[in-house]
Design a binder for this molecule. Sequence first.
Ligand code: SF4
Length: 476
Amino acid sequence: MTCFNCSKRCDKPEEACGVFGLYSYNGDHLGKTTYYGLFALQHRGQESAGIAVSNGKEINAHIGMGLVNVVFGGEWKFKGLTGNISIGHVRYSTTGGSSLANAQPFVLETKFGPIALAHNGNLINTADLKAELLEKGFKFLGTSDTEVIAGLLATAKEDNFEEAVLSTLKEIHGAFSLVIMTKDKLFAIKDPHGIRPLCVGEIENAYVVASETCALDIVGAKFLREISNGEMVIIDKDGMQSKTYSRGNRSALCAFEFIYFARPDSVINGRSVYEARVSMGKYLAKEHPAPYTELISGVPDSGIPAAIGFAAESRIPFGDSLIKNRYVGRTFIQPSQDIREMGVKVKLNPLKETIKSRKLVVIDDSVVRGTTSRKIVKLLKDTGAREVHFRVSSPPITNSCFYGIDTPTKAELIAANLSIEGIRKYLDVDSLGYLSLNSLVKAINMPADELCLACLSGKYPVQIPEKLENLKLFFK
Ligand code: SF4
């Protein structure tokens, strides 16, 4: 995705996709319900969106580039999407580029009949699997690793689709929350480490699966449970059944779901994302207090819950210092030179009377390259802030992610290259403090050994092939 204020990708780790699935026993809840589900997951991917629906005989799909409301802007786009099973996807590209060929759901004809699949995550052994598939004569249309999963299913030697899925799951490594649809079944699958979230809910006469609980809320579904690590849920005319295809692996839920990716109104693993962020702010205030300051504010929107927590803990008033233009989408593609020069002002406007001559604490959820944070600080100072104290409600990002999140190379990560004092000077702030790893874990309220903290600690829960690591570090 192109950032609104420069020609590069956004200065935030970027989410890699959202998935949604629906099995209706009376066909009442299809295309449009999936549309609303995707709408709730829009924050997980803004490059493309798609819905595939099975009517029991065939699978029809509508897939396009852009936001959900752009792709499904007119009623006619739902006309072919009738049936009783549906899957949907919003995409942000990590592996593979941004093009319609990589948009999902991926629909293909196989010896099992038509299948459709949608994936959130990243495989770490894509290159090897791709080479094997090419050797078998599988023809790739795009470059995404989701197509690799589709290729494995399409070329499986098993005669039974469920067995083909199980044999495919043995081949793929990395992060995957998957929804797969045949003419008459819906599969929802989580990788053995549970790196990306996936949950299941129920509405009258239908089961719903989604990346986040906020998508269940919007369609009026009741949350039933998270899909477990290494679990395959199969929903068909006989109801819902569960199979464990992999046991005993270390759990590794992505900590960044709590820090930044997930919507604050979602609940993951029983923990409210909003409450976790407020708690991060409270711990941050204990670890890096900012006495004698006059106003605590957050960088909108994702820094605000932590700022509320920081203010509550430090008993300093919370208030806005920056107003976000909510109509500047994350896909503000191909900015003109004029817009680039306007920089961060296109998106954030400072509240002059609030800021002028005051000592501010500004809280953001994370700092990747530091380029946007530096612009924000300059904006506040140019507006007349007397002091700017910067606080970050996550630990320094020192390593790249290989599990479906687009972080830049280590060479571009500011915390991998500068000391805290070096970052403070670069940002040009009066003081700087990051949340510690320990406090982050306490705020999330899950055991550290059940979380992936790799980009913050360098300890990868799923071994990264050396060649992939080198590729990421030097050539991406
Ligand atoms: S490396 Fe970081 S962003 Fe990637 S899955 Fe782990 S915690 Fe999440």
